[in-house]
Every structure is written in structure tokens, then in C-alpha cells.
Ligand binder design. Structure first.
Ligand SMILES: Nc1ncnc2c1ncn2[C@@H]1O[C@H](COP(=O)(O)OP(=O)(O)OP(=O)(O)O)[C@@H](O)[C@H]1O
Ligand SMILES: [Mg+2]
Length: 189
């Protein structure tokens, strides 16, 4: 190609996140897998999943796990932020499904995310809007609910590659089935 060359520029942070999200989230079922992994890592014994339109309109995963303290909720949505490892030694001995600190940040860059959580020992739950960063106290028992709405709303090129709602739903159900089979000690609804 002989086109005049363009200068090398560093990409803006939001675009970096959206590109990185392509590695984590291919379709709604990828989101289901990541949220179920997180619930299991948090020690959930009961997980409730809700889907609308094959997960494109809504994916909601509610668990009764350890929860996230209010002052760490915003950090949970940031890239490379994790409670699961803090060193190379811990990476080599990792016992959780997640450890990259990527999933929630990736999902939050390509969908409308809200995080509702109450950690053990906290007097109330908090609801965090992933877009505005606004946080308010709400009622909830210990555990976490992650809601993901309008997947790929900001990335129409990705949305175009989604199959029918029925096909996406089938992939989501398969993801749940695999998790449920692997963990008979955890209730899935
Ligand atoms: N359902 C949940 N219950 C309790 N804590 C959660 C839950 N989901 C996320 N978290 C917290 O938010 C952090 C970020 O989650 P995220 O999925 O982005 O990263 P990760 O699980 O650490 O790594 P990975 O990107 O490999 O999934 C987690 O490390 C965990 O501390
Ligand atoms: Mg995770």
C-alpha cells in the first residue's frame, strides 16, 4: 500500500477497553460465563440467572456469595483490578476461575452495567451505576447482583454478528448447564 503513513498515536482509554472487550466478550453466553465464574469465586451457594432476548436485552446474575464492600465496588469495574491475585506467586497458585481483573471492565465498556452488592458485615447494600459511577444505598441480603443491559449497544459492528435471540439463548443455557454440572453443590435457577 502506498497511502501516506499516519503518525503513531496512543489510543484513548475508552477505545483500549472496547478493543480489549472483544477478547473477553464474543456473545451473551460469554457474559453469562464470566458472571457465573464470579459468583462461584465469591462462594455462592445459590445463583439466579435472568435473561431477556437471548441475553442481548438483559443478563442478570444474582448470588448469595461474599459480596463486595461499598468502597471497592467502583474498583471492581476498573481494568486490571482483582481481589483474586496480588503477585506472580499467587498467579502461579491461583485457585479461582478469574484472576485477570478484566471481565467486569470489559462488559462495562460495551453494555449498561449495574452492580448491586452487600458484603458480610455491611449495614446495607449499594447499587452502582457503571455508566455514571453514581452509587446509592439499597436493601438487599448479603451477595451480589450484576445486571448487564443492551449488550454491544455502543459497538454496532459487534451487535451485527449476533445470531437470533433463540440461538444466543441456547448458547447461554449451555453455559449455565456446564457450570451447573461442574458444581452440583450450588443451586442454579
Ligand atoms: N459476584 C461477585 N461477588 C463478589 N465479588 C465479585 C463478584 N463479581 C466480581 N467481584 C469482585 O470484582 C472483582 C473484579 O471482577 P472481574 O470478573 O472483573 O475480575 P476477576 O474475576 O478478578 O478476573 P477475570 O477478569 O479473570 O474474571 C473480582 O476480583 C471480585 O473481587
Ligand atoms: Mg471474573
Amino acid at each position: 500500500m502506498t497511502a501516506s503513513r499516519r503518525p503513531i498515536l496512543e489510543l484513548p482509554d475508552e477505545l483500549i477497553s472496547q478493543i480489549a472487550a472483544g477478547e473477553v466478550v464474543e456473545r451473551p453466553a460469554s457474559v453469562v460465563r464470566e458472571l457465573l465464574d464470579n459468583a462461584l469465586d465469591a462462594g455462592a451457594t445459590q445463583i439466579t440467572l435472568r435473561l431477556l432476548a437471548g441475553g442481548v436485552r438483559l443478563i442478570s446474575v444474582e448470588d448469595d456469595g461474599a459480596g463486595i464492600p461499598a468502597d471497592e465496588m467502583a474498583t471492581a469495574l476498573r481494568r486490571h483490578a482483582t481481589s483474586k491475585i496480588a503477585s506472580l506467586a499467587e498467579l502461579e497458585a491461583v485457585g479461582t476461575m478469574g484472576f485477570r481483573g478484566e471481565a467486569l471492565a470489559a462488559i462495562n465498556s460495551i453494555a449498561e452495567v449495574s452492580l448491586l452488592s452487600r458484603a458480610g458485615g455491611q449495614s446495607s447494600a449499594h447499587l452502582l451505576d457503571g455508566r455514571t459511577g453514581e452509587m446509592k444505598p439499597v436493601a438487599r441480603a448479603q451477595g451480589t447482583t450484576v445486571e448487564v443491559k443492551e449488550l454491544f449497544f455502543s459497538v454496532p459492528a459487534r451487535r451485527k454478528f449476533l445470531k437470533t435471540d433463540a440461538t444466543e439463548l441456547a448458547h447461554c443455557i449451555e453455559a449455565v448447564r456446564r457450570h451447573a454440572l461442574a458444581r452440583p453443590d450450588v443451586g442454579f435457577a
